[in-house]
Design a protein around this ligand. Structure first.
Ligand code: GP9
Ligand code: MN
Length: 402
């Protein structure tokens, strides 16, 4: 109710007061925003070589021409890709069970497309799977998308599809004419699909051979990530041939993990080390690149999560904080001390500590440390998750829209 709205607003205002304006504020004002969801792509594939071959040769190069965030974590739960979409478009946490897309699609939201509408942006989503998957068609309406290009907008046949739908290379290829025809400026998101469990790929699409551990999922993963990398490369080649390239910024990030705990034996063999409780949290890092044509590359070491991505994009676009009611994230480009990344199950990390399975760990040494290093964050962790849940279950944006 209204008193909850006041309490949460107070909490968030206090939180956001801490931040210092970044040096990047407004540098991409008015540009198109192209967000690419890298399906199941975890941070460890970047700069990784298997059998002496790079897994992501294109992304490794793109890194040098982008803001690159090596300490960025996914925060998804059971809603997987739909959670990633929900988090990024709303700067809220996903639910502990199920997907907000399926459970609360009729809520009021103040999502990115709606906020950007005030800045004359058009919003579209591109995805080579059925429009009803994850209830997207319905939810996108609530989020304010103007157009959803889904399976029915593409030429999808047996040859150019695998697993859930259209392969990434033809997906980007067929998307180009649609993208070029959008009113500008636009906010466009592309959801890739080929690097999806159980990581299937036809022999002719395999740019590196599968590995030979005794877990096929791990063996195939590196090969499908390599295919995805090739698809991103082909997308950049095509868009560089258009005038869109210089008028756009590109945000690429991993939506969630691809290799679950159950495959840790084979994964640890490939990574060359044992996977501890602390490593398990670090494995939830996903790559994040923000490529702004004409701008030099830079590694941004800020610790953050998907919840911070919208604030980061808005920082670059110069979109004001006052447009962001109930927004939990803070820009990864702003200098803020003592950042906190909260995972849905209550696990959390700062730049120095990890709290997981009831134990506090030092990130530096990997060893257990005294609980009082982590306990100062306990309250905030609970507040973040509880307040976000209250907004969703109470449909609290209703009160803002009045
Ligand atoms: C399906 C795609 C993959 O449309 O978003 O879904 P996931 O299983 O990763 O949530
Ligand atoms: Mn996914």
């Amino acid at each position: 109710d209204e008193s909850e709205v006041a309490e949460i607003t107070h909490y968030l205002e206090k939180k956001h007061k801490k931040k210092v304006q970044s040096n990047f504020h407004g540098i991409a004002k008015g540009k198109n925003v192209i967000v690419i969801f890298l399906e199941s792509t975890q941070g460890f594939v970047i700069d990784k070589k298997v059998n002496n071959q790079e897994v992501t040769p294109f992304l490794n190069k793109l890194k040098n021409e982008s803001l690159y965030f090596p300490n960025f974590y996914h925060q998804t739960a059971q809603g997987k890709t739909s959670d990633a979409e929900f988090i990024v478009d709303n700067s809220l946490y996903p639910l502990a069970g199920g997907s907000v897309f399926v459970r609360k699609p009729k809520n009021e939201f103040m999502a990115t497309p709606e906020i950007l509408k005030k800045y004359n942006y058009y919003s579209a989503s591109f995805h080579g799977n059925d429009s009803q998957f994850w209830n997207r068609l319905t939810m996108y309406d609530s989020l304010g998308y103007d157009r959803f290009f889904s399976k029915e907008d593409y030429d999808v046949n047996e040859e150019n599809s695998i697993n859930y739908g259209l392969k990434d290379i033809p997906f980007f290829e067929q998307s180009m004419p649609y993208l070029s025809s959008l009113p500008q400026p636009f906010y466009a998101k592309f959801l890739t699909l080929t690097n999806h469990f159980p990581f299937l790929l036809n022999p002719e699409d395999q740019f590196i051979p599968e590995l030979e551990t005794d877990q096929g999922v791990v063996n195939r993963y590196f090969t499908t990530v390599r295919y995805e990398d090739e698809a991103i490369k082909s997308f950049f080649e095509q868009i560089k041939d258009t005038e869109l390239y210089n008028n756009s910024i590109f945000v690429l990030f991993g939506d969630h993990y691809g290799i679950s705990k159950s495959y840790n034996d084979a994964l640890s063999e490939v990574l060359g080390h044992e996977i501890t409780v602390k490593d398990q949290v670090e494995l939830q890092k996903v790559p994040l690149f923000i490529h702004i044509p004409g701008m030099e590359g830079k590694v941004v070491n800020t610790v953050g999560g998907q919840i911070d991505l919208r604030a980061t994009i808005f920082d670059l676009l110069g979109v004001d904080g006052k447009d962001q009611a109930f927004s939990f994230g803070t820009s990864l480009l702003s200098k803020e001390e003592d950042r906190l990344v909260v995972f849905r199950d209550g696990t959390f990390t700062t730049d120095r500590y990890i709290y997981a399975e009831g134990t506090c760990y030092s990130k530096d040494t990997g060893s257990k440390v005294k609980r009082n290093k982590c306990s100062p964050y306990f309250n905030q962790v609970q507040n973040e998750l509880n307040y976000s849940d209250k907004i969703i279950y109470g449909d609290l944006f209703r009160f803002f829209k009045k």
